[in-house]
Design a protein around this ligand. Structure first.
Ligand code: AGP
Length: 588
């Protein structure tokens, strides 16, 4: 998704901006650009496509500039709509969505101003250019007119040694070292040994002026102090390590991601959280996409083992659902990136209504971590491929650990989690058999993934994975629900993947297998119940090691991730950078 970088200091800005943009590339974008200011003149280079297309910008002279990677929301992906946008000597880069852009634009056009893009963002440059006063005050006044979300970095020909930054509901961090001052939309783009990094809080502004330390201001423009963020400067984009794609590499890292993310909550560092768990009456789990699917797995495990009422919500729905948050609610916000706008907003709403917030995230110092009362880290390591794989399994390890702690707090017991985690490597080896299934999926019209109980959540995740990187239509469905309407879609061109790990439910799910087979579907089985095999109606199967059924998505997700991966590459898609998608979804 959109990324911001900015620099002012002693060095040439262009190479620093381009390096920063490269570090943001993994987030997904469709155009890029930089602007450098020198002797009152703004030089702007923008391109549709990759950052490497900005090669010509490397030679720009000037020690102050901003850069951007754009993921189109308003206006097509094109050079014309790429940032930075310049109007009246003011240059901006913007992440977020300006919801009242149409009305603001109309007012500017009524004054005779001409727009040069179709974006919602350009209006910010127009508003700032129309304000009086210095750049900070002009930006402040302009921001007061904006509805929606923004992280913005602003240059002005009138103040050639200053970048002004502002944020609302979209992350922004500032860095400084002896070479100069930096701004970026996330920590990896500014991280460097010896560099101090500070995060802007919602509604804050920052002024980066050459030769001075950064200054920060609250929503009333009162100067505020800032704590430095402690981060891992060594963390950089990992190499592919001999793998063709990050996605395959990351799937191969699942066993380590799981074992590192198992967590003993009775240990000292979690004592405050444990205290809260003992008094927790309800769980509200908020998340998006894959993280929502791991949230469903927590809902299931917490209810089953701790007998605590738990509900997983899609964060974008929760935030507008006027939720009832009873006293004693713990809101568990699950997010790989810790920057997902909807998850942040849902967690903030739960907090506002009295819940304590527990962040379950893979990125230390993320916005989610900073706004939460407690943190349960997932330790998957940096995930680069847009499709979440190892972070899902790591979330499950951490969330099942949480379910176990909730159970113990109620003098109940959960099945041993370590036993399930120890089967992950064996499951990964078995999962490779799905490679042989590919010919059945290449010509498919659509694909169904079926399961009951925890297998249903795995089915949802398998379907999401297939959709996002193979672009095949698919659905994850509760096995028992198919016959209530959707069975009408099943024919010889709809392969069905059935997931069966709970011996108590195996016969029930196998009934659905019989039903779809009878309608001509080729059936593929992922199971840990040997009694389901052999079955004449099953075209191919993967037999996984047994574990407690509630924990089974930690294993069944592996063949599903690999199936999506192999189908995607067989269809000629880049699984690391699927079309239209971004790694970190920082807009609503
Ligand atoms: C998963 O493969 C997706 N890329 C997506 O659904 C993702 O899980 C979702 O956007 C949430 O992201 P987060 O975990 O960083 O909050």
């Amino acid at each position: 998704m959109c990324g911001i970088v900015g620099y002012v200091g002693e060095e040439r800005a262009a190479p620093i901006l381009l390096e920063g943009l490269q570090r943001l590339e993994y987030r997904g974008y469709d155009s890029a650009g930089i602007a450098v200011l020198r002797e009152g003149q703004l030089a702007v280079v923008r391109r549709k496509g990759r950052v490497k297309g900005l090669g010509a910008a490397r030679s720009l002279e000037g020690e102050i500039g901003v850069g951007h990677t754009r993921w189109a929301t308003h206006g097509a992906p094109s050079e014309r709509n790429a940032h930075p946008h310049v109007y009246g000597g003011v240059c901006i880069v913007h992440n977020g969505i300006i919801e009242n852009a149409a009305a603001l634009r109309a007012a500017c056009e009524a004054r005779g101003e001409v727009f040069s893009s179709d974006t919602d963002s350009e209006v910010i440059a127009h508003l700032i250019a129309a304000e009086k006063g210095d750049l900070l005050h002009a930006t402040y006044s302009a921001c007061r007119k904006l509805a929606g979300s923004y992280a913005v970095a602003v240059l002005s020909a009138a103040e050639p040694d200053t970048i002004v930054c502002a944020r609302r509901a979209s992350p922004l961090v500032v860095g400084c070292d002896e070479r100069g001052l930096y701004v970026a939309s996330d920590i990896p783009a500014v991280a460097a040994a010896g560099r101090k990094v500070y995060a802007l809080a919602d509604g804050e502004f920052a002024v980066l002026r050459k030769g001075s330390p950064p200054r920060f201001f609250d929503g009333a423009l009162k100067a505020v102090g800032k704590q430095e963020i402690v981060y891992d400067a060594a963390e950089d984009i990992p190499a592919k390590g001999g793998f063709r794609h990050y996605m395959k590499k990351e799937i191969s890292e699942v066993p380590e991601a799981v074992s590192r993310s198992l967590c003993d909550l009775s240990k000292g560092e979690f004592s405050d959280l444990c205290e809260v768990l003992c008094h927790t009456q309800y769980l509200h789990i908020v998340a998006c996409g894959t993280a929502y699917h791991s949230g469903l797995c927590l809902q299931y495990a917490a209810q089953k083992f701790a007998r605590i009422p738990a509900e997983a919500f899609i964060a974008s729905e929760y935030r507008y659902s006027d939720p009832i948050v009873p006293p004693g609610t713990l809101a568990v916000a699950v997010s790989q990136s810790g920057e997902t706008a909807d998850t942040l907003a849902a967690a903030a709403l739960a907090k506002e209504r009295g819940a304590k917030v527990l962040a379950v995230t893979n990125v230390p110092c993320s916005s989610l971590e900073r706004m939460s009362d407690f943190v349960l880290p997932t330790r998957a390591g940096r995930e680069i491929a847009v499709a979440a794989t190892k972070s899902f399994n790591a979330q499950l390890a951490a969330l099942y650990s949480l379910a176990g702690a909730l159970a113990r707090g109620r003098e109940r017991a959960a099945p041993p989690l370590a036993a399930a985690a120890s089967c992950v490597r064996e499951a990964l080896a078995a999962a490779e058999q799905v490679r042989g299934w590919i010919p059945y999926f290449l010509g498919a019209r659509s694909v169904f993934f079926l399961g009951r109980g925890a297998d249903y959540f795995a089915a949802l995740e398998g379907s999401l994975k297939l959709k996002e990187i193979s672009y095949l239509p698919s659905e994850g469905y509760p096995a028992g629900e198919l016959k209530h309407g959707t069975l009408a879609l099943v024919d010889g061109r709809t392969p069905v993947v059935a997931i069966v790990t709970d011996p108590a439910l195996a016969d029930k799910t196998m009934n659905a297998v019989h039903e779809v087979y009878a309608r001509g579907a080729a059936v593929f089985l992922i199971t840990s119940v040997p009694a389901c095999l052999p079955c004449a109606e099953v075209t191919a199967s993967v037999l996984l090691p047994k574990c407690a059924p509630a924990y089974s998505p930690m294993l069944t997700s592996l063949p599903l991730q690999l199936l999506a991966y192999y189908v995607a590459i067989a269809r000629g898609n880049d699984p690391d950078k699927p079309r239209n998608l971004a790694k970190s979804v920082t807009v609503e």
